[in-house]
Design a binder for this molecule. Sequence first.
Ligand SMILES: Nc1ncnc2c1ncn2[C@@H]1O[C@H](COP(=O)(O)OP(=O)(O)O)[C@@H](O)[C@H]1O
Ligand SMILES: O=C(CO)[C@@H](O)[C@H](O)COP(=O)(O)O
Length: 488
Amino acid sequence: MAEGAYLGWDFSTQQVKVIAVDEKLNVTYEESINFDKELPEYGTQGGAHVHSDKLTVTSPVLMWVKALDIILEKMKSSGFNFSRVRALSGAGQQHGSVYWKRGACQTLRNLSPDLPLHQQLKSSFSLSDCPIWMDSSTTVECRNLEKAVKGAQNLSDITGSRAYERFTGNQIAKIFKENPDAYSQTERIALVSSFAASLFLGSYTPIDYSDGSGMNLFHIRKKSWSQPCLDACAPELEEKLGPAVPSSSVLGPISSYYVQRYGFNSECKVIAFTGDNPASLAGMRLEEDDIAVSLGTSDTLFLWIKEPTPALEGHIFCNPVNSQEYMALLCYKNGSLMREKVRDESASGSWDEFSTALQSTEIGNCGNLGFYFDVMEITPETTGRHRFNADNQKVLNFPRKMEIRALIEGQFMAKRIHAEKLGYRVVPSTKILATGGASHNKDILQVLSDVFNAPVYTIETANSACLGCAYRAIHGLAVGEMFPLLIS
Ligand SMILES: Nc1ncnc2c1ncn2[C@@H]1O[C@H](COP(=O)(O)OP(=O)(O)O)[C@@H](O)[C@H]1O
Ligand SMILES: O=C(CO)[C@@H](O)[C@H](O)COP(=O)(O)O
């Protein structure tokens, strides 16, 4: 019998990516489609549309579907042998939501193998532009939700986080209020992860516990939707969300669409999809005392924890590998896109020149500090660029090289300070595991190591979310519970 293969997908902010691994966990194939470059007809910047209020941020759902069509065609023309794939799983940027229109499930079940997905799913969504994690337009809804459950700390005790603008419950509440027709036409609300899983299963799929923890709607200890939170956001919400399942659940066999169009084996199983950060935790194989830093579009920092202590800063999610345990996460919106801006302004748009600036300036930047939040930050909630000289005086500008070091040192100092506030301690055995696009840059990683005074390791692929999902596909096949398909 031919060697099996396992696929891990990632529907992230700027691209769709895929990795194949063999039975020995070796990566045998990698591919990606960048939305801005390869789907220019959707006019996104960094995979998203920032609206005129500068707070609302959306992405076109059909762009994600078309990206999947293109990447599958690319795999086919490169000779990828789909028939060897025994299981697949995937990840999505967290918190973003997709609104399946009444009747869409029927369309998913009856896909014709002669046509690409995006042509067949054109009319399947009640909203063509989906709110994503960069959105910060739901402050009113956040305060309402916290009030409804007797305060921010209570909400955090239930759902793992106080109310955050990007969290899906608050986004749904805004859509119900501003676009009640779209809400009532919606049969199923999915996360980006469960939406992507539906494309492969050919049916609606449940939300997994781990990504479901990023909604302000899920009771992280009881592992079920929280009725007071649902009631505070929108009517008939439980019905529209469907069930929630452990992250390693086997959802069922791949849709016959993929068997007929690409030659997948009809036995290939779809394992529940999850959030990109939970998927990275699986891909990086974290150990106790380790801390993972993902430098993707967002910067995130996460840890595997056994006993959750939800707070007013940071998030607790159900763990994607062991559903009885947890992960802690801090998220920063001004990550790679902020670094790209400073690179363009102070390093002629070149990462090499950016690196030379880091190499030729001193650790500590001679006492000059900077904090850069061109878009409303999540941790802490603030905007603007703030620079201080060695005498602690506010200054308007820094010379180019000093600006670059101030940005990177400021970004990593914030991460260390916030992690320590959550109780994390750097100890002699601490390892930092880095992933995401910017982890390709050794000079950025050197600053990370200097700030934490700890060694930094990377894995061969910076796509730890994809890799984690390929591992999760194997894990789900071995231990995952079968999820009975709901026929609606
Ligand atoms: N050599 C580099 N130095 C610094 N940043 C880099 C480098 N190469 C890529 N990046 C950053 O990686 C980011 C994309 O990271 P990635 O993890 O692929 O994003 P996502 O998964 O959110 O789509 C880009 O926005 C870019 O700024
Ligand atoms: O909002 C969060 C986590 O809470 C973000 O980390 C998103 O999950 C987007 O991820 P990337 O595309 O930046 O990897």
